[in-house]
Write a protein that binds this ligand. Structure first.
Ligand code: XMP
Length: 513
């Protein structure tokens, strides 16, 4: 396909997709590929630029990730970041060593702004450093364009070849002028026109899906959440009635949510979809009976989901593709990249080994949540659906600590409905990334109406986040918390205590399991 693009080569760093996302924010299409990507393939894709990511290794060790040296002969501009900068130095015969002083965190860097990369950047600028090795000597022909008191080569370049390298991370927010640097690379070094927009993503994806699916039949796992709704509407636009959306009510939805989903996507809603609702509550509850381990619960719910889909698929007959609304944070947090497994997100790590479909289509796999929302708006999905707060695939199953029972589901549904109602009434819902009630497995003593109670504690959570990878606890006004607390203990049978979760992510995660 003939579109302007930048390729990010992945050397195992944590921020690889973030780099791609920043480039997309500059209105240039960007994809992440393994560092072992074939040079012929790169030539075929004809990117306007290549970015080498960071990574946890040392370039001078034999088994460290690398790419063929011939990449420098392709005539394509290259920007090396952190490990990527060291790799460039190493491959072009500079010297990389263990730094006498490691640098972590915000660091003041002095830059030469005659460099194209640093045009309009302040001479002293705060950058995010995270390295134990450093470039001790830049390769022949390179100019050093930035340094810190302990890092002699914080940036280097060979403008005649369009090779640039920075020791710090321009892609993270803590690098105050990082976006300017990336934009300089993309526009001034690579000469991009910047005519890519989210609607190009939507159009291109619709086109790609059409080509892939042909006359095949597609089944979409619709939960009513933002991600699967965007995936469903995208697919409906691509293949129309070849698509059937199956909504499995696993009995772990928020209060009244099953009916709300049906109202939007069912026959009386605005979309022309084949819609099937499967009421599978009892089936899920019985599989979950007695299970307390969070990962096991996730796996059971994920597996049961797929089984229900397979059964529905058989009823529809000859289904070739399964569509899922997996987004990027689900992919890395499930440990499918090189990062550690935090939890098996439903849709990804929770998949059983054997899945009875020819192929799985995940059109949103490379997008962050806010990018998915923009795609949703481009698709004409109403704002109230697009800005719905996220809801995890395993639903209340990961908001009930310990064993899941119908009684506990009822308690958390009621408490959560009160919390959401009061937060919306107070007009603070739009300011919060996500907020919900969780049922702790803890019971404590209370006294109500002169009698002793021994009931559950509900935990309220509210976080501020835009990418859901990191989050901080939100400061909900006390009067809202106190109103919610008294309503929950008065109206929800089985609860006598309400707690507020003040933890950020990290160290906690947003969900409780
Ligand atoms: P955590 O709890 O990992 O959540 O900080 C990050 C974001 O992902 C949502 N989440 C999930 N979404 N399937 C999903 O589709 C899952 O299994 C899942 N687990 C967590 C969570 O609600 C938050 O928005």
């Amino acid at each position: 396909m003939n579109r302007e693009m930048i390729i990010v080569l992945d050397f195992g760093g944590q921020y690889n997709q973030l780099i791609a996302r920043r480039v997309r924010e500059c209105n240039v299409y960007c994809e992440v590929h393994p560092c072992t990507m074939d040079l012929e393939k790169i030539k075929e894709m004809a990117p306007k630029g290549i970015i080498f990511t960071g990574g946890p290794n040392s370039v001078y060790k034999d088994d460290s990730p690398s790419c063929p040296k011939e990449i420098y002969e392709l005539g394509i501009p290259i920007l090396g970041i952190c490990y990527g900068s060291q790799l460039m130095a190493h491959q072009l015969e500079g010297r990389v060593e263990t730094a006498p002083v490691s640098e972590y965190g915000k660091t003041e860097v002095e830059v030469e702004n005659h460099s194209k990369l640093f045009g309009d950047v302040s001479p002293k600028t705060i950058c995010w450093m995270s390295h134990t090795d450093y470039i001790a000597k830049a390769p022949e022909g390179f100019q050093v364009t930035a340094h810190t008191p302990v890092c002699p080569v914080a940036a280097m370049e060979r403008p005649d070849k369009n090779w640039y390298a920075v020791q710090f991370h321009p892609e993270v927010m803590h690098t105050q002028e990082g976006m300017k640097m990336l934009s300089n690379f993309v526009y001034k070094v690579c000469g991009c026109a910047g005519d890519w927009k989210m609607d190009s993503f939507v159009e291109t994806t619709i086109q790609e899906v059409r080509e892939k699916v042909g006359n095949g039949r597609v089944l979409c796992a619709l939960s009513g959440g933002v991600d699967s709704s965007v995936a469903a509407v995208l697919l409906a636009k691509a293949v129309g009635k070849q698509l059937t959306c199956v909504f499995v009510d696993h009995g772990l939805m928020r209060k009244n949510e099953g009916d709300e989903v049906e109202a939007v996507f069912g026959p009386d809603g605005p979309y022309d979809l084949n819609f099937v609702r499967v009421n599978a509550q009892d089936r899920f509850y019985s599989k979950l009976a007695g299970v307390t381990d969070p990962e096991q619960k996730r796996k059971i719910i994920g597996e049961e989901f797929i089984r229900v889909f397979e059964e529905e698929a058989k009823k529809i007959g000859a289904v070739d593709f399964l569509v899922q609304g997996t987004i990027y944070p689900d992919v890395i947090e499930s440990g499918l990249g090189k990062s550690a497994v935090i939890k098996s997100h439903h849709n990804v790590g929770g998949l059983p080994d054997h899945v009875d479909f020819k192929e799985i289509i995940e059109p949103l796999r490379l997008l962050f949540k806010d990018e998915v929302r923009r795609a949703g708006l481009e698709l004409g999905i109403p704002e109230y659906l697009v800005y719905r707060q996220p809801f995890p695939g395993p639903g209340l199953g990961v908001r009930i600590i310990g064993e899941v029972t119908a009684e506990k589901v009822h308690i958390v549904q009621e408490a959560d409905a009160i919390y959401r109602e009061e937060v919306a009434k107070a007009g603070i819902d739009k300011d919060l990334g996500q907020y919900f009630a969780a049922l702790t497995n803890m019971r404590s003593v209370g006294c109500m109406g002169d009698g002793r109670t021994y009931d559950y504690a509900i935990a309220l959570r509210a976080v501020l986040t835009s990418d859901f990878m990191t989050a901080e606890a939100a400061e909900i006004p006390w009067e809202v918390l106190s109103r919610v607390t008294s309503r929950i203990v008065n109206e929800v049978k089985g609860v006598n205590r309400v707690l507020y979760d003040c933890t950020g992510k990290p160290p906690a995660t947003i969900e409780w399991e």
